[in-house]
Design a protein around this ligand. Sequence first.
Ligand code: NAP
Length: 539
Amino acid sequence: MTNLNNNVAGVDTDFDVVVVGAGFAGMYMLYRLRQQGMRVRVLEAGGSVGGTWYWNRYPGARVDTETMFYSYQFSDELQQEWEWTQRYPSQQELHAYAKHVADRFDLWPDMQFDSPVEKTTWSEDRQSWTIETTDGALITSQYCVMATGCLSAVNTPKYKGLEDFSGSVYHTARWPEEGVDFSGLRVAVIGTGSSGVQSIPVIAEQAAQLTVFQRTGNYVIPAHNRALDPEEVAAIKADYPALRAKASASFSGNYFPVGGQSAMAVSEEERNREYESRWQEGGLAFMAAYADFMTSEEANETASEFIRDKIRGIVTDPATAERLAPKQLFMCKRLCVGTDYYETYNRDNVSLVDVSETVIDEILPEGVRVGETVYEVDAIVLATGFDAMTGALKRIDIRGVESVSLRDLWEDGPRAYLGLAISKFPNMFIITGPGSPSVLTNMIPSIEQHVDWISDCLTHMRINGVSRIEPELDAQEEWVAHVNEIADLSMRSTCSSWYLGSNVDGKPRIFMPYIGGFPAYVRKCNEVVEAGYAGFAFR
Ligand code: NAP
């Protein structure tokens, strides 16, 4: 790279800021930094913008958060002019929205695609980062922002024989752009999290035979997806700022009714009426019916049993229904939202194999072996999720002060101050990193809050003539202890889920996101600023 200029701090770098990732976080970060007159380069591994909504192109992929609120709010013009067509738009519509944002704000010239970042190294002498892409190109910048996503590092099980399988293997999060035609094929889907739940009904319609391998049955609430009614859209748009503010004031940053009382404070009849109403309404709002699902096993069991009964009512084969009925706590894993998920198991061409006890032993050229049984298939779909929250960062060789490696520092679990920055990694920020509410909230508002915080921090630094920021170790450790302490109060920390890293072999078991809710977290971030960026050291 040649373009060496004196940057804002008088340090010679190619750019003021390199942003890694051109998903919703990276795009908005670029927009804000450019507004501040910064020279920015966004490096993206994929071939276009959108992050999650670029990579996850599997059949049936669509957002499970109401899109009128799962969208940017930083520009009123944008939110007024963009026309969402469905309550839960498809991946294609979300990707089109991401491209529209890049067009509308002229973001393309500062973004570089097909450029996976391999290594980033801090130089104390130069007071800058050197960022290396897989093709060997080196770029220097004063700041580095990791907008690498919480669910972007693909988790592929290390099955013996997988590479010798005679058919095709696909991962839901790396789906071929040209799509896949399963007509006439025998297909295996491994995994029944959100990606499996969304893809299984669509694949079942096309494949000759579909065999689903389920390790853990999940709670799936019907989406009741539908076209948005123009009047409803107009009403929301007319009142957007107030409605967005209401969503931001809720625990998960979502716009849906939140029940503030215990599930046990009402009669069984009233409780079931509430559950039925939320089931009929559809979507994630089911999880907010009562306040104590994560603190009372008794309350939790009422919701679990309601959903299990629904499964028994939908699935005609009782043995299949019992296999599908989840055994773990409700909301232990991320709640799934589906369309005809349980109904799909009534199809003649679909069967369910329980691999919770007798596991998948190996993949043979002709199919999947579980114990003594070989399931012959022509294609395998891995809906096996992600190395969540830390995977995308640890897959980059990130070197901080004195060449300390982030991989080594996070060997026993992530440690970050507010999920925003890491001690020993000066001038580096993470968007929705571990220790922030991120995946427990509506992601786009959480992204916007982090991007705004980082932009304001950089403005503060410029005004005050400082050019180096790093969290103090004590402040970071105190925050990490707080994150762990409140996680321990929730039954969520007792489960197996990707929130805890338990889906990835060898990953330390730590509840990674901040569980105290979006409003409490935003308050804390604001207090830090009001106290002169308490817990950060400037130079
Ligand atoms: P996931 O929730 O982690 O589900 C992965 C599935 O694969 C689980 O059923 C898991 O079983 C199974 N699995 C993993 N390794 C396995 C192995 N070796 N053998 C057998 N089964 C194995 O991943 P995901 O479905 O991709 O979803 C991840 C997250 O992405 C979601 O929770 C959600 O936050 C987000 N997402 C959102 C949407 C949406 O907005 N609509 C769609 C997709 C994903 P265990 O449960 O036993 O580990």
